[in-house]
Design a protein around this ligand. Structure first.
Ligand SMILES: [Zn+2]
Length: 129
């Protein structure tokens, strides 16, 4: 739900594409969705994501376990595929995740104070520690 400190200025068509793709999820929920649904099982080795807003805070932690079942896939309908392409073009999921947790375009300043995401093959997003 839009509230003063989770509103960011976005061009209207991007704003609409964002809602087509992510409905009314918060940036925190979107980051979790990306981590769970946009990478093949085992690619994300571990994730710790901290979000803070309006005095509230939440932490998401994940650690890959080979014996755990993969997350349900995220299947796009055509409007969602168009929205994804408008927002992110052909960029990698790693690049998209990085942008969502780090770029002021997607969340207000200070919303993601700490994060540590480790991918198989050496990719890493770390900030705030
Ligand atoms: Zn909105």
């Amino acid at each position: 739900m839009p509230q003063p400190d989770n509103v960011v200025l976005l061009e209207r068509r991007f704003h609409e594409a964002w809602h087509t793709l992510f409905a009314d999820r918060t940036p925190f929920e979107i980051a979790i969705l990306l981590i769970k649904k946009r990478f093949n099982h085992g690619v994300v080795r571990s994730a710790t994501l901290h979000a803070a807003w309006q005095g509230g805070e939440e932490t998401f932690t994940y650690r890959y376990r080979r014996d755990h079942p993969p997350f349900e896939p995220w299947t796009f309908k055509a409007p969602q595929m168009r929205a994804w392409h408008m927002l992110f073009a052909d960029r990698s999921d790693y690049s998209v995740l990085h942008e969502v947790v780090r770029a002021s375009r997607w969340s207000p300043a200070g919303y993601f104070p700490m994060g540590h995401i480790v991918l198989a093959g050496g990719g890493k997003i770390t900030y705030g520690f």
